[in-house]
Design a protein around this ligand. Structure first.
Ligand code: AMP
Ligand code: MG
Length: 359
């Protein structure tokens, strides 16, 4: 298959006539059952018509995604929720009002219109209304309901730029829309509203505190930050080792100087055994590391920047064929919770806690 690449530079009202026409054509591709990758404010999505079972099957095939890992349905208008969700609760209405359009996915009871191919066999459906103007326009032109997981091959980091989508999806899908880099860089927060109290199944930019500010009590799926709970996470996809770099990743927690010394010692030892060693650092500690490739996520104080850069750095280590990676650790509060969730998953929960530090 020849994958067409479309570049869109405008935003919303500023789309040029040509850009609008290109988005209209991409929408037609979706209506006819084809696949289109597109930018959102979180990461790039791999879209197909959510109400067409054949489109959903194609998404799983293009990604190599396990069939029990459900897709998120993207909509462009809140009123479109009614067709795909049953028993829409007051909580859902309140969260939509507070956070849509934006990086929040809600789990609701599905209507009969949503095929089981889209929900991985579940009676619930995940729904999100993105804020990215290119995504919204495409969804509207594509019929209003676009199932879209992240546009990476299963097991690779989610793509934060069209370049990474092309790396994974060239020749596998009909169209890639290049709309620049993701603003947030981590996937949406997922909150399950079919349980009481509501539960966060995947942490993201919209934090549990922000949700609780609207709904009162909101729980966190406790399996998320721990490897040893012995229970399967409630979002089927969270059990897979997503976000996995090809090199073995270890997270090191402790006082800054201890962490630097420990990582440098490991890097020297690994290097002597023929490994190519990478370090995921912050600006503050960057000069202290000695390894083959040291990349900074930005300042430790700027969690939004860290979130934006994380997946790109993991991909860079893959490109450079790094075989061992060490990363600094982050506080797991606020946005840090989403950052640590993704890092721990990428590391297969390999975490070294240095003496004198309780974290
Ligand atoms: P992705 O779009 O690649 O970020 O993956 C979608 C995530 O949403 C996966 O972790 C899924 O397991 C989760 N998800 C989608 N639908 C549901 C659902 N009905 N119930 C629970 N989790 C879901
Ligand atoms: Mg994904």
């Amino acid at each position: 298959m020849n994958t067409k690449i479309i570049r869109i530079q405008g935003q919303g009202e500023n789309f040029s006539g040509g850009e609008d026409m290109a988005l209209r054509e991409a929408g037609e591709v979706l209506r006819r059952g084809g696949l289109v990758a597109f930018p959102t404010e979180t990461v790039y999505g791999l879209g197909g018509d959510a109400l067409n079972p054949e489109s959903s099957r194609k998404i799983y095939a293009a990604k190599g995604r396990p069939a029990d890992n459900p897709l998120i349905v993207h909509i462009a208008r809140t009123e479109d929720l009614a067709r795909i969700a049953d028993r829409i609760s007051e909580s859902a209405v309140q969260l939509a009002r507070a956070f849509w359009p934006g990086p929040l996915t809600m789990i609701l009871h599905k209507s009969q219109e949503v095929p089981y191919e889209t929900t991985g066999g579940l009676d619930t459906v995940a729904v999100r209304m993105p804020s990215h103007q290119v995504a919204r326009r495409l969804i509207s032109y594509g019929g209003g309901y676009v199932a879209a997981p992240s546009a990476n091959l299963s097991g690779r980091p989610s793509p934060t730029s069209a370049r990474y989508v092309k790396e994974d999806m060239d020749g596998r899908i009909d169209v890639i829309i290049d709309g620049g880099d993701g603003e947030i860089g981590l996937e949406s927060t997922i909150v399950d509203l079919t349980v009481s109290p509501p539960q966060v199944l995947r942490p993201g930019f919209i934090t549990r505190d922000m949700l609780a500010g609207v709904l009162g009590q909101v729980d966190l799926d406790r399996t998320l930050l721990r490897a040893d709970s012995g229970q399967a996470p409630r979002a089927p996809g969270m059990k897979y080792r997503h976000y996995a770099p090809q090199g073995e990743l270890t997270i090191v927690s402790g006082q800054a100087e201890q962490v630097t010394a420990y990582i440098n010692a490991c890097a020297a030892e690994d290097g002597s055994r023929g490994h190519k060693v990478g370090v995921i650092a912050t600006d503050e500690e960057l000069p202290g590391y000695r390894a083959d490739l040291v990349c900074s996520l930005g300042s430790r104080r700027d969690e939004e920047e860290i979130a934006r850069r994380l997946y790109g750095i993991l991909r860079r280590f893959d490109d450079e064929k790094v075989t061992r990676i060490y990363s600094e650790c982050f506080d797991d509060t606020g946005l840090g919770q989403a950052i640590m969730n993704r890092l721990l998953k990428a590391a297969g929960h390999r975490l070294v806690v240095l003496e004198g530090n309780q974290k």
